[in-house]
Design a protein around this ligand. Structure first.
Ligand SMILES: [Fe+2]
Length: 264
């Protein structure tokens, strides 16, 4: 039996100046500590998935900090854009030398598809017609293997009104599409800075805590959570089953606080 071991880290929100804090957390230091904790808490990863909001200030320097930080993983790194990212810069900087930006890949017995839900200047997400067509074509090509689909914005409500208002605007279109492809066994997202786990048809839909600050689940408005930075391990089994767990740092990094409730 061949099992693929994946590490997901998400929403690191890095800046050109690595001393910069977001929500009271030094995001560069928090990413470094999270990666060290995750790697000490699991197998050698076959690949690392980073589901968006990699940079926060649309700077090339933030992406270069990211590349240096992820080198510790010693594994291929797959990236996609979040609402805070610059897709053009990511395409330029994060699509070579062990990094892949969007597209698709084979991971042992599984297929992987990475989607772009970025809408310039807006916090919500949307899949363009071209991206939905690409997904459909990729899933047809991967019809005989289980598939993991990754995107920044979760395609289903997570139960917090303020976050669901900036989710994937055409989530229903996405769900209708994957309903036609029962080989999609898992959908993995970021954006919500909290652990989330649901089932839609044959697909498990998962989101994960950020490597910096977390949002309290099931709230009307943004409320910071007192949970520390987190990460997720996934085991993709060759029969299409997925086992997964979230890990947390033993303590907070900095003093997470609502310094700007409009951010996410
Ligand atoms: Fe984020």
């Amino acid at each position: 039996m061949q099992t693929v071991q994946l590490l997901q880290v998400t929403d690191p929100h890095l800046f050109a100046d690595p001393a910069t804090e977001l929500y009271g957390v030094n995001t560069a230091e928090s990413l470094r500590l999270t990666l060290a904790a995750a790697l000490a808490d699991g197998p050698a990863p076959d690949a690392v998935l980073v589901t968006g909001d990699i940079g926060d200030d649309m700077s090339a320097a933030a992406y270069m900090h990211f590349k240096r930080a992820l080198a510790v993983c010693g594994a291929p790194v797959f990236c996609l854009p979040g609402n805070h990212d610059d897709p053009a810069l990511m395409t330029q900087l994060l699509n070579r030398g062990g990094f892949q930006y969007c597209g698709s890949a084979r991971l042992g017995p599984w297929g992987l598809v990475l989607l772009d839900t970025h809408v310039p200047g807006r916090p919500h997400g949307r899949l363009s017609g071209a991206e939905l067509e690409r997904l459909d074509a990729e899933l047809r090509a991967l019809h005989d293997v289980p598939v993991l689909v990754c995107l920044h914005h979760p395609p289903v409500p997570v139960g917090s009104a303020w976050l669901d208002g900036v989710g994937l605007l055409n989530g229903t279109e996405f769900l209708d599409l994957i309903d036609r492809h029962p080989n999609v066994r898992c959908v993995l997202a970021g954006h919500v800075h909290q652990a989330f786990d649901a089932q839609h048809g044959s697909a498990r839909i998962i989101a994960s805590p950020s490597t910096c600050a977390q949002f309290t689940p099931r709230t009307e408005r943004c409320v910071m959570d007192d949970r520390p930075p987190g990460y997720r391990w996934l085991s993709l089994h060759d029969d299409g089953a997925v086992s997964t767990r979230v890990g947390w740092l033993p303590q907070l990094v900095g003093s997470p606080r609502d310094e700007n409730e409009s951010r996410r």
